[in-house]
Design a protein around this ligand. Sequence first.
Ligand code: MN
Length: 253
Amino acid sequence: MKILLSNDDGYQAPGIVALYDAIKDLGEVEVVAPEHNNSAKSNALTLHSPLYVHLAGNGFRYVNGTPADCVHVALTGLLGYRPDLVVSGINNGANMGDDTIYSGTVGAAMEGYLFGIPAIAFSQTQKGWSHIDAAARKARELVQQVIAQRDEGAAPWLLNVNIPNVPFEELKPFKVCRLGRRHAAEKVISQPSPHGDMMYWIGGAGPAKDDAEGTDFHATAQGHVSVTPLKVDLTDHQGLQQWSLRFANRAGN
Ligand code: MN
C-alpha cells in the first residue's frame, strides 16, 4: 500500500505530523506538502514560477507551492510510482459546506482524485489542534477501512471528513452525510496602511445556513465524524434543460 500524504497548513503543521505518525505503519507513506501555510488555495497550480522540492530532517518533502502543486508534482514525476491513496490533512479547522470550494486541504485530495486515485481530506472542526491525536487515531481507522475494502478496478472516489475536537472516547461513529451550506462570508476588514493606502483583510467564513439533519454541520455538532463523498462535475444538471429551451427559443425568434 503506497500512500501520498499532503496538507495545506504546511509540512510542519501539527495536523500532518500527527496524521503521518498515525498511518505510517499502514503502508509506504510519503509526505509532499507545502513549505508555508496555503489554506484557502483550493486547486490552484503555480504556472508562472518554478517549484523546488526540499527534504526535511524528518523525511518529509516540502514544496514552495500550493497543496495541488505538491500532489501534482508528486504524481507527475517526483514519486516515480503511482500511489494507491492520497490523504490530505489533518486541517486546522472545519472544511464543511461551502468551505470545500476554497479549501486547500480538499484541493490536495481532489488533485489525487482527478488523477484517478482514491483520496481523503481530513479536517478538525475547530482551529487550535486540541485533541489532534484523537483525530489522527480516528483518521487511521478510516484509512484502515478503505484499505481493507479496496477494489482496484473501482472508479476513484473523494471523501471529505471532519472530526470534532474531543477526546477519542467522546467521538461518535462516522456518519455519511451531505454538505451543508454557509451564509455569505463576513465583511472585509479595511484599514489605512502607514503609507496611506487602504488595506483589506478577507473576512471569516459565514456561519452555517443549512445545518439540517443529514448535513456535515449537523453530524459534527452531534459529535459524529462526518464523511461526505464529493464529486467534481460543476454542471448544473437541472439547469441544462432550462437553458437549452432558452437558447432554442432565442434561435426561433
Ligand atoms: Mn488549512
